[in-house]
Design a protein around this ligand. Structure first.
Ligand code: ADP
Ligand code: MG
Length: 408
């Protein structure tokens, strides 16, 4: 069993004039039809460029937001078709590979007669973007009839949507067995290759885990305790650990039903020799609100909450990052969206960027933090899939990846 790369597929078969279904992640932030951060569109370009150059007829599909099986004009992919055409043209001009009449067509459904006709009308090297897959509940239900209808559109299937690879949906898993030949797209492949290196990391392997909830990251914490040399815990998650130790946490965000889990994980880390670091000083405030007064404290008063790791903790975590050979970071160290609560996250981000370690950062908010601090260029790999990357790191099977695995 093996997963075929896009290059291997291109070497093995001529895709000229062939219908290739590409499942991409074009789930960009939209408001009033205007695209916010377009990094997901840009990330999908390399695979599309390769297929355009091979003269394939590309059927491109994605979800956008959570329409919950209802047609919702605010979540239409129509504006993405235009943005994609422009982005492809810019990329093409930059590559300076001569004149090319790039065409991105759009069809307002993803299955049915209208779609079949639009696919039939596609020229070689052209792209047809389908409407939001999740306008059909059958997509997330992984309905076999819907999956077969998608599969009938194409001869080849390429999955480039790492962000949804941990979901067994019709377009990521259900349709795959019904397509003649399949491959991993360039983005998906890169994610797998990068994250694979964490299975046998160079030591010291140092992880930073933060964010809002222990419950979100329980599985990954457990897995990393077995593998990492050091784990720096920050964010609200840290207060569940401190509360479990009987430390005063005031009104910090604590998950009372996770105290036993926190104690169990600390015990396991001690047993294994993994240094599970917790904050020893905190930025405290009475509310999570811009402009409220803050203080640096080692003990959180009853009426206050921890909103960021304190400077002493940040220095300790930064030193661990600088001494590391491999770093994984997921989850901000504090409520970084508010400038006064963002210094701990910023200090850790800068140390990860400055470290000689191979560094991987995953998670939507962590990526936003890296971009806010302006150190994205100095991180070795920014994982586009928060949930998918955490499940991969835990050693769980990603249905979207498993579906590509065929006897070869
Ligand atoms: P990611 O998207 O990188 O996986 P998460 O979604 O798990 O990260 O967590 C990010 C959220 O955690 C942010 O909205 C941040 O404000 C919040 N957060 C971090 N520290 C705290 C804290 N001390 N108290 C409350 N919320 C926090
Ligand atoms: Mg998040």
């Amino acid at each position: 069993m093996a997963i075929q790369s896009l290059d291997a597929l291109l070497n093995a078969s001529s895709l000229a004039g062939k219908r290739v279904f590409v499942r991409a992640d074009l789930n960009v932030p939209l408001s009033d039809g205007r695209i916010g951060d377009d990094s997901r569109i840009r990330a999908s370009l390399p695979t599309l460029q390769r297929l355009v150059a091979a003269d394939a007829r590309i059927i491109l599909a994605s979800h956008l937001g959570r329409p919950k099986g209802q047609r919702n004009p605010a979540l239409s992919l129509a504006p993405i078709a235009l943005a994609l055409q422009e982005a492809l043209q810019v990329a093409h001009q930059e590559a300076n590979t001569g004149d090319l009449n790039l065409k991105v067509h759009f069809v307002s459904n993803c299955i049915g007669d209208e779609v079949t006709k639009a696919v039939g009308d596609l020229g070689d090297g052209e792209i047809l973007l389908l409407e939001n897959l999740r306008f059909h509940a059958a997509e997330t239900d992984n309905d076999p009839e819907f999956a077969k209808a998608l599969a009938r559109l194409a001869d080849f299937y390429v999955n480039d949507a790492f962000g949804t690879a941990h979901r067994a949906h019709a377009s990521t898993a259900g349709m795959v067995p019904y397509v003649h030949e399949v491959a991993a797209g360039l983005l998906l492949q890169r994610e797998l290759d990068e994250l694979e290196t964490l299975r046998v990391p160079e030591r010291p392997f140092v992880c930073f885990l933060g964010g809002a909830k222990v419950s979100d990251k329980l599985g990954v914490l457990e897995a990393l305790i077995e593998r990492a040399d050091t784990i720096g815990v920050g964010g609200a998650m840290a207060y569940t650990f401190l509360a479990a130790m009987g430390e005063p946490v005031g009104r910090s965000l604590v998950e009372l039903d996770r105290l036993d889990d926190a104690n169990r994980m600390r015990a396991r880390a001690r047993e294994r020799g993994c240094d599970l670091m917790l904050p020893t000083d905190h930025i405290v405030a009475t509310r999570v609100e811009k402009g409220v007064p803050t203080q640096t404290m080692t003990t959180i008063p009853d009426d206050s909450m921890g909103v960021d790791i304190g400077p002493e903790t940040a220095e300790r975590y930064a030193a661990a990052a600088l001494a590391a050979r491999t770093i994984l970071w997921n989850g901000p160290m504090g409520v970084f969206e508010i400038d006064a609560f963002s210094h701990g996250t910023e200090r850790v981000a800068r140390a990860i960027a400055a470290s000689k370690a191979r560094s991987i950062v995953g998670g939507g908010d962590s990526l936003a933090a890296v971009n806010k601090v302006g150190v994205a260029e100095d991180i070795d790999h920014l994982s586009t899939g928060g949930g998918a990357s955490l499940e991969f790191v835990q050693g769980l099977t990603l249905p979207g990846v498993a579906a590509l695995d065929r006897p070869r």
